[in-house]
Write a protein that binds this ligand. Sequence first.
Ligand code: SF4
Ligand code: F3S
Length: 106
Amino acid sequence: TFVVTENCIKCKYTDCVEVCPVDCFYEGPNFLVIHPDECIDCALCEPECPAEAIFSEDELPDGQEQFIEINAELSEVWPNINEKKDPPDDAEEWDGKPSKLQYLER
Ligand code: SF4
Ligand code: F3S
């Protein structure tokens, strides 16, 4: 399965949702997640993310392991998203900032 990780928080570019063949992205206030039971491991979304926030669960960067559980949990409660929308006005400013997990809105 593929996992959305920390750098998506407050960037939320949504390019990823357009390419997913099974529409398995779910949207929160400032972050997206992938439903682990719906993802078919096609890898199409990974290169689409301008923030490089999507990884295979087998290739997660150090410190991002907790996002496996976060994606699993929040994809059960957030609504589906399958069309790109405008990112937050300050998305570029937040791209690459460390320790963004504290800003995750549920
Ligand atoms: Fe969708 Fe494929 Fe990305 Fe899984 S790997 S979330 S199926 S685009
Ligand atoms: Fe987030 Fe990247 Fe998609 S920033 S919304 S995972 S394109």
